[in-house]
Unconditional design. Structure first.
Length: 273
């Protein structure tokens, strides 16, 4: 059996009892290490799980899936995922590969940023399509995601923005060489995302009517589910100057607020700090 087990967001103990039993009984256990991070390190996880973990980077999960799935038709193999297994398309892909190989699969769910973002007071059924905001480079500055934000705002819906994570990314220079050299890990912060959005707005880079402006209300969320989680709300122009501390960060572009949402979110506004 091939299992994908969600381990939650903020504590080594967030894994479910069912998930922990599967981990302790498996032949091999992989820890996916590039779509998110936990406050604990691998050693702490191993101590609590009472199992050794094999770290699985992007290359292993996406290009070396056959290695992970090897013998999973006759023994239990586990892939641990921060948050929920379906929080990233990568995990859907490896499940499909397992099914193509006639390997039985099972998913053990857990909390993810998709539902935990409700802690800021915005009601989950008022969210539209989620978008990802990537790091810009000197030669690549995509802006098309703002069209999805506009579509959501046009009908009053909030937009969860997942901010870029780059872990074990090869340098441009090393791509042509046999030996890979990797860039230092990078995690986009809310103020960086706001800065890029403001540049898109100022340059009028959107299709059709624009509903996003410098005064658009948004919520910055950092380390959700961790002991030191932090939430701050303000306009895009205000949030570009807010430091929410270490990763991981996400943000919400707010749509039309329900009175209960408005009442709850006041505690996080910059004016109330």
């Amino acid at each position: 059996m091939f299992y994908i087990v969600g381990v939650g967001l903020g504590d080594v103990k967030d894994i479910t009892v069912r998930g922990l039993e599967i981990v302790r009984g498996a032949k091999r256990v992989y820890l996916e290490s590039y779509t998110s991070i936990l406050p604990e390190n691998k050693i702490q996880l191993e101590q609590f799980y009472e199992r050794s973990l094999i770290e699985a980077d992007r290359n292993l999960v996406e290009q070396g899936a056959d290695e992970i799935l090897n013998n999973a038709d006759t023994e239990d193999v586990v892939l641990l995922v921060v948050g929920d297994p379906f929080g990233a398309t990568t995990h859907t892909d490896i499940l499909l590969r397992a099914q193509d190989l006639k390997i039985e699969t099972k998913v053990i769910h857990n909390a993810s940023i998709i539902n935990a973002i409700g802690c800021c007071g915005l009601q989950l059924y008022h969210f539209g399509e989620t978008v990802s905001i990537p790091f810009w480079t000197d030669n690549w500055k995509p802006s098309s995601f703002i069209n999805k934000i506009n579509q959501n705002k046009a009908i009053g819906l909030h937009t969860l923005c997942l901010l870029d994570i780059q872990v074990k990314e090869p340098t441009w220079e090393s791509l042509t060489k046999k030996t890979k050299v990797y860039q230092p890990p990078r995690f986009m912060e809310v103020n960086q995302a706001c800065s890029q959005l403001l540049q898109i707005i100022d340059n009028n880079e959107f299709d059709g009517k624009n509903y996003v402006s410098r005064e658009t209300f948004c919520v910055g969320a950092a380390r959700i589910g961790w002991p030191d989680q932090k939430i701050v709300a303000g306009t895009l122009a205000e949030m570009v100057n807010v430091d929410l501390g270490p990763p991981l960060h996400s943000m919400v572009i707010v749509g039309t607020l329900h009175p209960l949402e408005e009442q709850f979110i006041k505690q996080f506004t910059i004016e109330s700090k």
